[in-house]
Design a protein around this ligand. Structure first.
Ligand SMILES: Cc1ncc(COP(=O)(O)O)c(C=O)c1O
Length: 402
């Protein structure tokens, strides 16, 4: 079996790398959601071989793309996806936007569960729709869905689409079968289409499992669009290539009409190749990645408990993006952000950018070498030690329709 070396040191600065080249050299970046790991060797080899051909004219829409997507869903999650359910998309966010534009009108409402990935907010607002928020509730040290509130908001006649982040970024929740079935039932009952973003579907920690939303019932299958992209797992986000899985032919037809209207059907040679190799040949890498990330997570949990107890780690079930509850430091979001970036010299994501419920939190990306993580944690510890103990309250910043 192929083995991947997740400890390999590779310089990313100076490679037009958003994560590193956004900040000066003395800042350790643990923010945007890509990994510091080299992608699987079979992908590199396939790309090099293809590049040697030297001709890069228009690619044909080969069925091998659909088969690779279907194969991964079956192999990893036992979900039988038919080849013709798969639509090429130029990454996940554009797919979500096509779905919003197809299945709602300007002035309609799109439901999300805050705090959530900031581009969801923008995708809704920038296209003239309103956000309706089903706030996730932090109960003890885990987030839960407020189903009563969810139904009340799905019932509102102008709510047309729910964008479900599963697993959830940033709170790290892998929704259970029961939760997904209940969401599916409620959305179907109130005629709200579920757009499920499963981009983090491969990153599950010990004791947790990913259930594809659409695989769980006929209701879920017929009323959903599932968006995937091998980018998070295999570190190939730069290829901007994903897929939408749409079992319902009527939904699929409308979605693909929107893709055609945007002339967004043109595939990229390297994007499709990398997706196919990832899904056909690189299961070994996904397994080994999870072992490495589990080690990073365990290391981090222990470090915070021992050395930075004033920051509470929301123990993730999934994703390499970890949600840190910093409210006990008593800092307003700007002060917290300054403490981490300017005093600690680590770049994380500000919690308030994820919407209501995010103020006082930060998000850290642990998909890096353990030594990098250790250095970042030492820096955070030193900076946090400089903050006096008194507590002040932090008010969430609200901009969402109640
Ligand atoms: C939940 C979620 N969806 C979508 C994306 C971006 O996907 P893409 O690059 O395929 O548009 C990210 C990236 O961080 C993400 O975390």
């Amino acid at each position: 079996m192929l083995m991947h070396d997740f400890e390999q040191v590779i310089e990313r600065r100076g490679t037009e790398c958003k994560k590193y080249d956004t900040y000066p050299a003395d800042v350790l970046p643990l923010w945007i959601a890509d990994t510091d790991f080299k992608c699987p060797q079979p992908i590199v080899d396939a790309l090099v071989a293809r590049a040697q051909h030297g001709i890069f004219g228009y690619p044909i829409n080969a069925i091998t793309f659909n088969r690779a997507v279907a194969r991964w869903q079956m192999e990893r999650f036992g979900w039988e996806v038919k080849d013709n359910w798969v639509e090429y998309t130029n990454a996940v966010m554009p797919a979500i936007i096509y779905a919003i534009k197809t299945f709602s009108q300007p002035g309609d409402q799109v439901l999300i569960q805050c705090p959530v990935y900031p581009p969801f907010h923008r995708a809704i607002l920038d296209n003239g729709r309103f956000i309706v928020n089903n706030q996730l509730l932090l109960v003890g040290d885990q987030y839960q869905i407020d189903f009563e509130d969810l139904e009340a908001k799905l019932k509102q006649p102008r709510t047309r689409v729910m964008v479900l982040c599963h697993p959830h970024n940033p709170v790290g929740k892998a929704f259970t079968r029961e939760e997904l079935l209940r969401i599916g039932e409620l959305c179907a009952k109130h005629h709200v289409l579920v757009v499920v973003d499963e981009i983090h579907q491969d990153i599950l920690y010990q004791g947790h499992r990913h259930y594809p939303f659409a695989s769980l019932s006929d209701t879920n299958r017929d009323n959903s669009i599932t968006c995937v992209n091998p980018s998070k797992t295999f570190n190939i986000a730069g290829f901007r290539t994903g897929a939408a899985i749409i079992p319902n032919p009527a939904v699929r037809e409308l979605f693909s009409e929107c893709v055609i209207n945007h002339k967004a059907y043109g595939r990229t040679t390297f994007g499709t190749l990398s997706l196919e190799v990832a899904y056909n040949e690189c299961g070994y890498y996904a397994d080994q990645l999870m072992q490495y990330l589990q080690g990073n997570l365990d290391f981090m949990l222990e470090f915070f408990e021992k050395h930075i107890p004033r920051i509470r780690v929301i123990r993730p079930q999934a994703t390499y993006l970890i949600w840190l509850d910093c409210r006990a430091l008593g800092l307003v979001p700007k002060e917290l952000s300054t403490l981490l970036l300017e005093t600690a010299k680590v770049a994380l994501n500000d919690g308030d950018s994820f919407g209501p419920g995010g103020a006082g939190f930060m998000r850290i990306n642990i998909a890096c070498r353990r030594a990098t993580l250790a250095e970042a944690l030492q820096r955070i510890r030193k900076a946090v030690d400089s903050v006096p103990g008194a507590e002040r309250s932090t008010q969430p910043i609200g901009f969402v329709r109640p």
